[in-house]
Design a protein around this ligand. Structure first.
Ligand code: FES
Length: 119
C-alpha cells in the first residue's frame, strides 16, 4: 500500500447515488442523487474549481432517508478541515448545498444548520 496525494486540492463532495426498488427501504438514487452529482460537476466546471473540488458518486452511507440524498463533504486531509454529512433535497436545496460545499472545503466553515435527527 502507498499513500498518495489526491488530484483534487481542497476536497470531495460525495453524493450517495445508491438505488433500491420503489418498494424497498428509501434510497438516494430514487431521491435523484445522480442528477445532483451531475449538477455539482457542472458548477465545479463553471466556477473554475476543477482540480480543487471533486464531485463523486458513492454507494449507501447508511442514512437512507426519504427526505433527500445523503452528501458527505470531505476536505482533503492536508487541510485539517472538518467534514460534514448533509441530507439534501436534490431539487430545492442545490444552491444551498453548493454554498455549504465551498464554505466547508475552501474555507473550513461548517454549514450552520444545526443537527437534525429526523430522517
Ligand atoms: S441509500 Fe443513500 S445513504 Fe443509504
Amino acid at each position: 500500500m502507498r499513500q498518495i496525494r489526491s488530484t483534487w486540492a481542497q476536497g470531495t463532495v460525495l453524493v450517495c447515488t445508491h438505488e433500491r426498488g420503489p418498494d424497498e427501504k428509501p434510497s438516494c438514487g430514487l431521491q435523484k442523487g445522480t442528477e445532483l452529482r451531475s449538477w455539482l460537476k457542472e458548477r465545479i466546471h463553471e466556477e473554475g474549481l476543477k482540480g480543487q473540488i471533486l464531485a463523486s458518486k458513492t454507494s449507501c452511507l447508511g442514512v437512507c432517508s426519504k427526505l433527500g440524498a445523503t452528501v458527505e463533504l470531505v476536505p482533503a486531509p492536508e487541510t485539517g478541515r472538518p467534514r460534514a454529512t448533509l441530507l439534501v433535497d436534490t431539487v430545492n436545496e442545490r444552491e444551498e448545498l453548493w454554498a455549504a460545499a465551498k464554505a466547508c472545503l475552501l474555507e473550513g466553515r461548517l454549514p450552520e444548520l444545526g443537527l437534525d435527527e429526523e430522517l
